[in-house]
Design a binder for this molecule. Structure first.
Ligand code: SAJ
Length: 412
């Protein structure tokens, strides 16, 4: 397999295409946005991800990677298109997958491999992708090979995880598995595990649902500790000393484009069986409101008449510059709507519509109440002495617990 066509040049497709190219494949990247195509062909990138600019530039300069607007003939087609959630129905919008699959029909030929990487509800590969692909007149399993091979990379560490992580190969039959294995083996250092497509689809959703449920648990314990006036960080630290307990961290809610969405793809196919998934979603969804309530109670208890509230961290998680679906941003908007003066601060965000941003020292100097929402490196690495000086006489709410120190319960 020498020539690969990657459909969708976003957060997953662009790293995928450029990594395949730097490993010796001839890669055609397809994107429906002409600006994206033009930017990539200049060796530039339209998204932020550590190391991606260098990899894309190397891939384009090598002559092995070019971007186009419509698919061209290839040995393998990899679909990396978005699968957003339809908010009203809380069901997956598969229109991008459908469109991408139809767009390769004119160039498909016998012996081709079609791989779906997008996160999808179980049975999408067999019930949606296979029938569309067969509209070209060729039969899957006989003339064409099809596999579901989900991406598992963590935003912020995409390039290293793309090669290091184990990968699932959900082939529709044994030959599809071995073809997909042959495609990924030269670029993946992790192990490749073959299974059927439905299992691979479920596993992808289970991984992110596992994280959602465990974050919900941490958030619920945080809410209980706040109610009781206890330090949740101390509770987690000590509970995690048990050999079979490994709690995650509470946060302002669950952001990003995966963990908050993927449980719904399982719920939509098994609504009566998914009580815990639904409940975890609810706990995480109401978390920003719960934090706003906690801030208001702190303001009232401290008798702050015209409080200035510093909100540290606006992105959806620590050390990324991505503010989409960010629960901390939701908290800032809710506070402003209630009439509070908010000093928003994020070292990874230069500007944001309608929001004046201040530096970390300014936020601490001018605020009466300091709220840490996201534990960015700059905040984590502030020295204890500097913090003590700048936080003197101020109220502090530290949601991710980055400045929390062990108290009296050290080893004795
Ligand atoms: N969060 C917490 N507490 C924690 C860990 C995370 O509140 O202890 C929050 C974060 O602040 C963030 C959200 O959860 O708002 C999601 O962050 P994340 O780092 O857990 O995950 P993502 O969305 O950046 O990437 C996930 C990863 N999945 C898992 O770790 C199981 C990644 O491997 C997937 O490839 C990616 O989703 C995806 O594309 O599906």
């Amino acid at each position: 397999m020498a020539r690969v066509c990657v459909l969708g040049l976003g957060y997953i497709g662009l790293p995928t295409a450029s990594i395949f190219a730097t490993h010796g494949y001839d890669v055609i990247g397809v994107d429906t946005n002409p600006q994206v195509v033009e930017t990539i062909n200049r060796g530039k990138i339209h998204i932020q991800e550590p190391g991606l600019a260098t990899t894309v530039l190397a891939a384009v300069h090598s002559g092995r990677f070019r971007a186009v607007s419509t698919p061209e003939k290839a040995d393998a087609f990899i679909l990396c298109v978005p699968t957003p959630l339809r908010p009203s129905a809380r069901q997956a919008d598969l229109s991008f997958v459908e469109r991408a699959a139809r767009s390769i029909l004119p160039v498909l030929s016998r012996g081709n491999l079609v791989v779906l990487e997008s996160t999808v509800p179980p049975q999408t590969t067999t019930r949606l992708l296979v029938p569309i692909v067969e509209e070209c007149g060729l039969r899957c399993g006989r003339d064409l090979f099809v596999a579901y091979c989900p991406e598992r990379v963590m935003p912020g560490r995409i390039l290293e995880e793309f090669t290091a992580n184990d990968r699932l190969i959900g082939g529709i039959d044994a030959r599809s598995c071995s073809q997909a294995r042959a495609l990924y083996a030269p670029v993946v250092d992790g192990q490749l595990f073959c299974t059927d497509p439905v299992t691979a689809e479920i596993v992808k959703l289970v991984e992110n649902s596992f994280r959602d449920v465990n974050i919900a648990f941490a958030n619920e314990i945080a809410a209980i500790c706040t109610h009781l006036g206890s330090d949740v960080q101390e509770v987690i630290r000590l509970a995690n000393r048990h050999p079979r307990v490994n709690m995650l961290q509470p946060g302002p809610g669950v952001g990003g484009h995966c963990i908050a969405l993927d449980p719904w793809f399982l719920i939509q196919v098994a609504p009566r069986q998914s009580l815990l998934l639904r409940c975890a979603r609810k706990v995480n969804e109401i978390r920003p409101q719960a934090i706003v309530r906690h801030i208001e109670q702190t303001v009232a208890a401290a008798h702050l008449r015209r409080p200035v509230i510093a909100c540290l961290g606006l992105t959806y998680k620590a050390d990324v510059d991505d503010v989409r679906e960010s629960p901390s941003l939701e908290i800032v908007h809710r506070l402003r709507k209630k009439g509070y003066t908010v000093l928003a601060c994020d070292p990874y965000v230069r500007s944001l519509d309608g929001l004046a941003l201040v530096t970390f020292p300014t936020a601490l100097q001018r605020a009466h109440l300091v709220t840490v929402l996201v534990g960015h490196r700059e905040f984590r690495e502030a020295s204890e002495a500097w913090l003590r000086r700048h936080l003197k006489g101020k109220k502090l709410i530290d949601i991710p617990g980055i400045w929390s120190r062990p108290s009296h319960s050290g080893r004795c």
